[in-house]
Design a protein around this ligand. Structure first.
Ligand SMILES: Cc1cc2nc3c(=O)[nH]c(=O)nc-3n(C[C@H](O)[C@H](O)[C@H](O)COP(=O)(O)OP(=O)(O)OC[C@H]3O[C@@H](n4cnc5c(N)ncnc54)[C@H](O)[C@@H]3O)c2cc1C
Length: 425
């Protein structure tokens, strides 16, 4: 792969500026950006990958990689790395609700029976490393500040800043992979609709360290939707966190820190954490979920991962979708270059395929979490799934993103139980 070309241009005041030129500029080197860059380079494009931070860097996350996410990461040549023993490897889910306990193996799918728990500091550094090894040119410590456009309005590149210097990068196509950053402004749209906080602990004493533990508590679900979690690594540490919808915050007039601290005091958690030692402070971040209402393509532009609202609205899982949407965006970047056509109508192909692949799961999950006033109302459903193995598996597939949540309609016995219990109460 040849390195992007560099040439001198003049800025609006006539000063000489250095500009680098590539086929594609990717803004943000998280999982979405690194995947876009990796796959685009593999397809033969010259790629510049910009990130305002320097790697390795932390990113608040539950660190859970669902089986489909692990599959995507394996496609980047990191399948063996996932197996390293200090990573968590899970084969099941333990879901604790107010009235039910759902114990379920990872449902059988094309993605295999395991998922992983890997600290994002390590995952993101590995993914960006793969993009660089493939031939992408990483510029870290470089913050993209605006899109450059021709007088006709076509995307021509990106203006950025680094150490107080203004930099220019030229390309006919830009992928926004800047997470919740929103650098592409009006060209691209995504909505923040949840917030989450996590902290690392050592010596958490809960059971079944090869399960993801998910707590649908009364506190987080009586006015909206949310859950807490304990995800174990393989080295004695655990990621403990809680996330709630922004609606929950508005309705309760409470903040995320408060929900997180209440979660740590839930009787079960307090017990598991009795002898645990925190490692570093708790950290929060926001989430853009559910695909709904987002705009992921425009002339010369595509958005992947969180920048395109690609987080699953039930699980809050976004790494796999960021990597997957990056892979698809890379294919469309290749297509656009082959046609020498970066129009919105060409790039709509990216959106169409992404919707075909993911809209059912994301939009139905989004509808569920938005139409049901609070998740507490679903307790009869959880209870019915506890007793019905097929319905339980389907519910968990709704969580892992392997089935749309309305697949539960295929379980009339469980739904009958829900109906009876609702009528009785
Ligand atoms: C607390 C919490 C728990 C979560 N738990 C999970 C989980 O267990 N599993 C899971 O799969 N997902 C989880 N998610 C979601 C997951 O973290 C995101 O979906 C994922 O990070 C998306 O990757 P991304 O590449 O789109 O964005 P990011 O990872 O946010 O990467 C964006 C990158 O862009 C860079 N950037 C931003 N603005 C600019 C700019 N102007 N110029 C240059 N660079 C810029 C940033 O520095 C960053 O490196 C969780 C989220 C939160 C908040």
């Amino acid at each position: 792969m040849t390195a992007p070309k560099t040439r001198r241009t003049r800025d609006s005041k006539g000063r000489k500026e250095m500009a680098e030129r590539a086929d594609l500029i990717v803004v943000g080197a998280g999982p979405g950006g690194s995947s876009t860059a990796y796959h685009a380079v593999k397809a033969g494009l010259e790629v510049l990958l910009l990130d305002r931070q320097k790697f390795p860097r932390d990113k608040p996350c539950g660190d859970g990689l669902m089986p489909h996410a692990a599959g995507e990461i394996s496609l980047m040549g990191l399948g063996d790395w996932l197996e390293e023993p200090h990573h968590g490897k899970f084969s099941g889910f333990s879901i604790y609700t107010q009235t039910a306990f759902l114990h379920q193996k990872v449902p059988p799918t094309l993605h295999g029976p395991y998922g992983y728990v890997v600290a994002r500091e390590e995952t993101d550094a590995r993914l960006v490393g793969r993009a660089e090894e493939a031939g992408a040119e990483l510029r870290s410590g470089v913050r993209a500040t605006k899109l450059l456009r021709s007088p006709a309005g076509n995307v021509m590149g990106v203006e950025a800043s680094s150490d107080g210097e203004t930099l220019f990068y030229e390309a006919p196509l830009v992928v926004a992979a800047d997470g919740v950053g929103g650098f592409a402004g009006k060209g691209i749209k995504a909505h923040q609709n949840s917030v989450a906080r996590r902290q690392y602990f050592r010596n958490v004493s809960g059971p079944e360290k090869d399960h993801l533990h998910v707590f649908v508590t009364k506190d987080m679900n009586e006015l909206g939707a949310g859950y807490g979690w304990v995800f174990y690594f393989g080295d004695g540490r655990a990621n403990v966190g809680a996330g709630v919808s922004t609606k929950t915050l508005e309705r309760s007039h409470r903040n995320l820190k408060d929900f997180f601290e209440c979660f740590l005091q839930e009787p079960e958690l307090a017990d598991w954490l009795e002898h645990a030692e925190p490692e570093g402070p708790a950290k929060s971040w926001s989430l853009k979920m559910g695909m709904w209402g987002a705009k992921r393509y425009a002339q010369g532009l595509m958005a992947v991962g969180d920048a395109g609202s690609m987080i699953h609205p039930i699980s809050g899982e976004g790494v796999g979708y960021a990597v997957e949407s990056g892979r698809l965006a890379a294919a469309w970047a290749h297509e656009a270059r082959s046609r020498n056509d970066y129009s919105a109508s060409t790039l709509f192909g990216y959106e169409r395929q992404l919707r075909r692949k993911r809209a059912k799961e994301h939009l139905s999950g989004y509808a569920l979490t938005n139409l049901v006033p609070n998740l507490q109302m679903l307790e009869p459903l959880f209870k019915a799934c506890e007793k019905d193995p097929d319905a339980r598996r389907t519910l968990v597939e709704g969580f892992t993103g392997d089935a749309p949540i309305y697949s539960l309609l295929k379980h009339p016995k469980a739904l009958g139980r829900v109906l009876v219990s609702t009528v009785r109460s």
